[in-house]
Design a protein around this ligand. Structure first.
Ligand code: SAH
Ligand code: SF4
Ligand code: F3S
Length: 438
């Protein structure tokens, strides 16, 4: 049979796990694969890509069970190609194809610009593997942002990748490599393009975003982006306490477009454990830092991450974490049971009894939920501004995010997607707020 070129695009199904950086990478990968359009249905796909996370054991295991579920699709459709991207791809490489032979392609996060060639290779019946850490900036070589397709009003924009901090529990320095910042001019250009496509809010992403140094500091980048017409809101995540410099704190006071929300993980409230985690800050220095941030921006909504049951954590160490949470009063907090990651320094240390760790996690989560609920309830009667992101479930209702990142349903809204509108909060629910437009 001769080669006939049809215009029907092939279908790409991407499933994204893990952090926001993976969400951004999935968008970029989809845009770089010419001749494909995305589908929400794996059964329709000509190519399935799992963009994976390796942060905790469960996250990695999920990938293998998902691959097991997808394998039979290949029997129905022999041309279907299955690829694994993301941090499991980086960490396990070839091992993935050994464990699941249905996989055709394995691509690590630093090699996404090579995806189009790899796709061609697997189309010709071969397998493709790339988990290098090449010198070049992958985003500069990643095609596809030429598209002018409309975008949702809130977008992620990766500005920094990788991590040099080597916390004793964490795989990120191994899966994402050393800290690299994208040049500021490219980031600003990308933000302008996003605005042309309908974006009103960008969240600057990096594993250590406040260590950004792409020819400017993060504070300088935020102020430069604040000058982009049509861009209404700026956020950034995730920050490390040690890289929270005075100028960035000042930006929270002097830059209106910078939203009053800060995700600043501390992991533990015990100095002994923080030291064993190689965090290089203390509970006290973290608390004083938050004090300074709140001086600059009194209403800032704090968010954090915690690990319970880190090796050698005692009840007294855990209690110190509970005390710190009490003192900070978080609007949002994410807590995880310590998960042993092969190859990290903490993996070989004395592990905490799992039942004990479960019990601590439960206590911490109860406290966090109580704080979150009290903060949600304190919003009732307050006037906030909401970026409208989509239609709500009820007739006339619109759904969006407040400056503090709360999900807000606006009843009888008179607003379009992409508008930033003033509202008065009428009711607090567990995961969202209800409001009327003012
Ligand atoms: N760069 C960010 C977050 C990276 S991972 C930072 O420095 O804070 C996101 C969160 O996952 C971490 O903040 C930590 O709370 C959690 N985490 C990372 N490794 C983990 C492990 N081995 N077990 C349990 N939780 C972990
Ligand atoms: Fe992981 Fe620590 Fe780096 Fe965050 S700072 S990515 S927790 S090693
Ligand atoms: Fe997971 Fe990799 Fe992000 S391990 S949290 S997807 S950086």
């Amino acid at each position: 049979m001769s080669e006939t070129k049809t215009d029907t695009p092939k279908k790409l199904f991407i499933k994204t796990y893990g952090c926001q950086m993976n969400v951004y990478d999935s968008e970029r990968m989809a845009e770089s694969l010419e001749g494909y359009e995305q589908t929400d249905n794996a059964e329709d796909a000509d190519m399935i890509l799992l963009n994976t996370c390796h942060i905790r054991e469960k996250a990695a295991e999920k990938v293998y069970s998902e691959l097991g579920r997808m394998k039979p699709l290949k029997d129905l459709k022999p041309d279907l190609k299955i690829g694994v991207a993301g941090c499991v791809a980086q960490a396990e490489g070839e091992e993935i194809m050994r464990r699941q032979p249905a996989v055709d392609l394995v691509v690590g996060p630093q090699s996404y610009h090579r995806l189009p060639e790899m796709e061609e290779r697997v189309r010709s019946g071969k397998t493709a593997l790339d988990t290098d850490f090449p010198e070049e900036d992958k985003f500069a070589h990643l095609k596809g942002r030429g598209t002018k397709a409309r975008r949702a009003p809130a977008a992620f924009l990766t500005v920094q990748e990788g991590c040099d901090k080597f916390c004793a529990f964490c795989v990120v320095p191994y899966t994402r490599g050393a800290e690299v910042s994208r040049p500021a001019d490219r980031v600003i250009r990308e933000a302008q393009e996003l605005v042309e496509r309908g974006v009103r809010e960008v969240t600057l992403l990096g594993q250590n975003v406040n260590a950004y140094h792409g020819g400017m500091t993060l504070a300088q980048l935020v102020r430069a982006l604040a000058k982009v017409d049509g861009l209404e809101r700026i956020r950034y995540t995730t920050s490390h306490p040690n890289d929270m410099d005075d100028d960035l704190i000042a930006a929270h006071a002097d830059t209106d477009k910078l939203m009053p929300y800060l995700h600043l993980p501390v992991q533990s409230g015990s100095d002994r454990i923080l030291k064993r985690m190689n965090r290089s800050h203390t509970a006290e220095s973290y608390l004083r830092l938050i004090e300074r941030i709140r001086e600059a921006r009194p209403d800032i909504m704090m968010s954090g991450d915690f690990i319970v049951g880190f090796p050698e954590e005692t009840e007294a160490d855990f209690q110190a974490t509970m005390d710190l949470v009490e003192e900070v009063n978080y609007g949002y907090a994410y807590s995880f049971k310590y998960s042993t990651r092969p190859g990290t320094p903490a993996a070989s240390r004395a592990q905490v009894d799992p039942a004990e760790a479960d019990e601590r996690l439960q206590r911490l989560q109860t406290l966090i939920t109580r704080q979150q609920r009290a903060i949600q309830e304190s919003m009732v009667g307050r006037d906030l501004s909401v970026l409208v992101e989509k239609a709500g479930r009820k007739e006339g209702q619109m759904l969006g995010k407040s400056e503090y990142l709360h999900a807000v349903h606006i009843d009888a809204a008179n607003a379009q997607i992409g508008d930033v509108v003033p509202v008065r909060i009428t009711r607090a629910m567990t995961n969202s707020l209800t409001a009327e437009q003012i």
